[in-house]
Ligand binder design. Sequence first.
Ligand SMILES: Cc1ncc(COP(=O)(O)O)c(C=O)c1O
Length: 602
Amino acid sequence: MWVLWLSYARPFILCQKYLHLNIMPYRANSRSQSLTLEDKSMPKSSIQQHKKKLAFASIKSMYRVFTVPEAPNSTLGQIDKDISRNLAGFLQDHIVAVEKDLTEVEKDFSDSRIPDKPIFVSEQTQFLLDKLVAQSVHTASPSFVGHMTSALPYFMLPLSKIMIALNQNLVKTETSKAFTPMERQVTGMLHRLVYEQDSEFYKHWMHNSHYALGSMASGGTIANVTALWTARNLAFPAEGNFKGVNQQGLFKALRYYGYEGAAILVSKRGHYSLSKTADILGIGRENLIAIDTDDDNRIQLDQLREQCIKLQHEKIKIISIVGIAGTTETGNIDPLDEIAEIAREFKAHFHVDAAWGGPTLFSREHKHLLKGIEKADSVTLDAHKQLYVPMGSGLVVFKDPAKLRAIEHHAQYVVRKGSKDLGSTTLEGSRPGMSMLVHSGLRIIGKEGYEILINQGIEKAKAFASLIEKNDDFELITKPELNILTYRYCPQWLQDELTIAKPEHAERINTHINRFTKYIQKTQRELGRAFVSRTLLEPQRHNGFPCVVFRVVLANPLTTMDILEEILIEQSRIAKDDKISSEMDAFEKLCSERENKKRKEN
Ligand SMILES: Cc1ncc(COP(=O)(O)O)c(C=O)c1O
């Protein structure tokens, strides 16, 4: 134990064994798998400077473990600089991922034993750079346009050190002090973005210990759970001899209120976190009712209303209707204004999952798309998506500052009644001060900066969509409403064929196209220069047939039209691979023979 501590305390002065590591700088634009610590042109790092010493445990070394290194050129300080330089190189490298199979990568992480002997920080750092950093995904690359995980503004990196160094725990003020009012301020700022109350409102509620404008969470999933947990508790409050669903559980709640079950309604484009929510709240995944969407992936209001009536007749309590502002796969926005009306009519909590699309409210040009969000009882926002904050920060805001009381928890030693402790209204217990980075983003980028980021993403998505439409190799499947679009590989002659094909033949074509699109996406990912993701949609235009589509998310401001054009060129090139092009040729032949036969018959 002592030896272990010691080794972490004095990594570089203890052992020369690690002083001659393969120390090379991370080279931007190289496909090198080895990211290492030292640069020949740099002064020799402390790893090399110290003479070999043996590790031994003592109380003195323990003190050192917890003491901030004082010398400006301390070993740890040096390694810190080396890592920063290395990471900067990694971040500048516009390669999405190196070509290495995951099963190969697993070999570096296959030992389940905790080592008996300690190792030195230098060795661990080297391991991390070689085996972890080198094999991770460049989510910051401008050609990584497949997922919602994007580049971060660079200032987040140095600022995040403050969070780690202070290690505040936001569960209670005793371990967070100023972080607590700061988090309340951040919640207030984002509440204001959604609900636009006046300054007096925020002066009154923001720091009021008996109320909460929202609840911070590690992401959109927990934010959604928190919203619907609150909705469930509000749906079955204490009354008469019933102590409330939070005390007596769902079974007794349904019996007391005379219901046969409970349900949450959302369009079939709802994020799977809602299905997890229905599961853990005891509602059951089957009772997360998926409503059909129109061809623009927006909830069909007549079907929503019909379902509500049906559920009412079946004595199923509608806990919540969820509207989506930015569907995960296609980036579409439900008609929130109209959903608000239906939710009011059926006395259901109206929740909006704006994990992706919420920051569109910064854009004066596009905020009208979210009209009606201000009528929501609660709204999920994911700061680690379009607020460009590192992973681990989401939140839900509530219109009414009293609503979160429905999930309030207190304990004797912490989150006591009347305290300002944030832990009383969060699902998670111990939580880091991520709100510090949300605060920083909101101030450093500001409303105007976010507006620019949102606008450029939407404009770029529109421009990319028209590029796809003009390209004979591809078919645009969903037009971008925000900055997400989908398309697939489908040469023009097949698109023409599909417009006249009978259902059976259309199915055959689509099945064929699905195989092609999937192959292209996988191959492009393996090549590692660019990444678009893949999903399955059922476009009405193709009679609801499940179509494999490329999905593109355009949040990185450094993604240029040239990069997007390159992505299409590479995809067309992959489609001409010997491996699959013969299949397409055979299919083309088959289709023309069919055509000839039909002509003869006529
Ligand atoms: C609409 C929507 N809601 C919720 C989530 C879940 O967010 P997280 O992954 O941060 O838990 C996502 C994630 O992609 C999402 O797109």
